[in-house]
Structure formats: C-alpha cells, structure tokens
Design a protein around this ligand. Structure first.
Ligand code: SAH
Length: 345
C-alpha cells in the first residue's frame, strides 16, 4: 500500500487516520506540531512520541521532501532561484526575492501548465501533474532552511495555474494559516490566475483575506484570446464581473498583471481600451516588460513599459512598472525548469 502524504493532511484528517493506531487523541496534535511548527523531516525526531508508534507511523505515512537540484543567485540583487526536485523526479521552480519589508517567495503550484499562454515558458512542454499541498509547503520550508531567512510574503506566481489545482491550493492555504500550526496570515499571500472565472468566484466566497492578481495582458477579447486561450472560455466581460464580485465579497481590490509586449499590447489604442475596461474600479495595474522566452519572439524594454505606464496614468489608471528582479538568472516563470528538462530529456 502506498504511504499517505502526512504533510498534506489537516488536523481532523490526521486525528481520523490515527484512530486505527488506538492512541490517545492528543497524539494527533503532537504529531501535527512536529510537522508544521518544528518542521521535522522524519518520525524518529518526534521525541515525545513512543518509539513503537513512531515506527508504525513510518510504515503508514511518508514525510515528503524536496531537494535543491539547482540554485542560481543573482549578481544584480538578492534574488535566488531554486529548481527543486520532487519525490518522483519532476522539477519545479521557486524564487526568493528581497523587498523593503522582508523576504518574499514565489512558489509553483503545478508541474507544467495546461493554460497555453503564448508568452509563458511554463506551458511550452505542457502539463505533467498537480502539486500536493505538502509540495507547496516544502518550497517554503526548504528555501527558509537553505537561505536562512524567514519568508514574510508569498506569491503563487510560479509554474502552474493555481485555480486549476484548486483543492490542493485551498488545503495548502488552510495548512499555511492554521492557528494550530504555521499561523501565516493570508493577508501576505497573493494568488495569481489567468482568469478561471468560476474559481475566482469560489475563492471570493471563501473570504480568506488573500490578494487576487489577474493576468490580463490585453484589454480586447480578440487579441487576448490569441495569446491566452483561457479567454475563449471566459471572455473579458465575465472575467471583470468575477473580479467585481471578488472585490464586493472580500473588500480586497484585485490587481491586474500586464506584461508589456512591444507592438502587441502597448499602442495608444491598447492604453485607451485598458483604461475603459478598468474605469471606476480603482484598479491597480502591475506592468512588467515581458521576459524573453527563447522559443517566442515577444520582447519589451523597461522603457517601453514606462512609456505605457505614463499613457495609462494620463488616462487615470494607477499603474506601476514592477521591479524586474533577478533578470540575469532567468527568473521568468518556468524558464529554468524548461531549459533543464530540455538538457536532460
Ligand atoms: N498561472 C497564473 C500564475 C503563474 S504565471 C497566472 O497566469 O497568473 C505568473 C505571472 O507571470 C502571470 O501574470 C503570467 O502571465 C506572467 N508571465 C508568464 N510568462 C511571462 C513572461 N514571459 N514575461 C512576463 N510575465 C510572464
């Protein structure tokens, strides 16, 4: 029988699973705290658990771990990019960034991606599988351990579409913020989506306190559908309604991501259409010059992104050009994994 992934279980599930071992109820809480507060990597380290139970746990459950397969530190800033090897030999990327207020981590939610966005390296080789809640938690734990830092902010903007791995992402967030465990406030968490409308609504209904970022990249349906296939299923009108619902339900403003691609989405007409789309929403737009992906021809200078920002501001839209951290270490989404798989595969 396959061992159960104990780090993905919440406390009630662990309690239920432990009834088979006929141990007092408080044992589940002890084990849960070893896993999520002291973050041990083996049952043998759980010192207040009787050794017989420890070896029984060892045969029924596994504590997953990740290994650093590659690590690239930027020479230009404090950004570090990790390529983690998962227990089944797959790889995902995690990026550690230093901000004024502390350390922020960008984690992956899937191995590969199904969404097919034309400018994104994560999707080129297609989708392999979803990450488990434990594999998302371990990206934080292993990075904190390796870098000797405490992560204070988290963005789900690495490889994968979080809203396409909804249940595992929700469990991850539950474990992350559990008062009995890790106690991270979800106010410091941003989830980014390409625009899976029903999931945006479901996320709103959960009232988790997190920030939602929506990857927009183009303000018109025809052009957006060309670079983001998800738009054919959920066009802009439905997406914007869902964003409005998110704001009304949670009181949290949605931020919009816009990768400037010269000659594709940065004309005066694009700025005007974007301003019209966002008018009256008090929305904030994060601009980023598109990162070059070898297989694609999209490009933009920082200057082009700044120009576009100025045009938006003149039209009354709040926009900032995001700092491009770690541009020397291929910190763009999915590039490191993609290059590695190509070299080895
Ligand atoms: N699937 C989610 C989250 C992962 S992608 C989403 O689509 O939002 C994280 C962000 O990086 C998204 O805004 C995505 O559109 C953007 N992105 C992907 N490839 C990029 C590139 N080459 N240059 C700039 N941004 C890119």
């Amino acid at each position: 029988m396959e061992k159960q992934d104990i780090l993905s279980m919440n406390l009630p599930e662990l309690q239920a699973a432990l009834t088979a071992f006929q141990v007092p109820k408080y044992r589940a809480g002890q084990i849960y705290r070893w896993l999520h507060v002291r973050k041990v990597r083996s049952f043998s380290e759980m010192l207040d658990i009787p050794s017989k139970l420890r070896s029984e746990l060892d045969s029924a459950f596994c504590i997953k771990s990740l290994f650093v397969a590659k690590k690239l530190a930027s020479c230009m800033d404090d950004t570090v990019k990790y390529l983690y090897r998962l227990p089944d030999g797959q790889h995902v990327e995690t990026v550690l960034m230093h901000y004024k207020h502390g350390w922020r981590l960008c984690i992956s939610t899937q191995v590969g991606c199904k969404m097919g966005c034309a400018f994104c390296a994560s999707t080129i080789a297609g989708y392999v599988r979803d990450l488990t809640p434990s594999e998302m938690l371990l990206q934080i734990d292993e990075t904190e351990r390796d870098a000797g830092v405490t992560i204070s902010g988290l963005v789900l903007m690495g490889i994968g579409e979080p809203m396409d791995n909804f249940d595992n992402v929700m469990r991850f967030l539950e474990l992350l913020s559990d008062p009995e465990g890790r106690q991270m406030s979800l106010r410091h968490v941003t989830v980014s989506t390409c625009g899976i409308v029903p999931r945006i609504r479901e996320l709103a209904d959960r009232k988790t306190g997190l920030t939602l970022a929506v990857s927009l990249h183009n303000p018109t349906d025809a052009a957006r559908s060309k670079i983001m296939p998800v738009n054919r299923r959920y066009p802009l009108s439905e997406l914007m309604e869902a964003c409005q619902y998110f704001f009304e339900t949670t009181g949290r403003r949605v931020t919009f991501e816009y990768a400037v691609m010269e000659g594709e989405n940065d004309s005066d007409a694009d700025a005007a259409a974007l301003a019209k789309l966002l008018r009256g929403r008090g929305a904030h737009v994060n601009l980023i010059p598109v990162n070059k992906v070898r297989e694609r021809s999209y490009h933009a200078t920082r200057r082009a992104a700044q120009d576009f920002m100025q045009r938006l501001e003149r039209l009354g839209v709040h926009a900032t050009v995001r700092r491009t951290l770690g541009s020397d270490i291929e910190a763009a989404c999915g590039q490191l994994r993609h290059e590695t798989e190509k070299d080895t595969g």
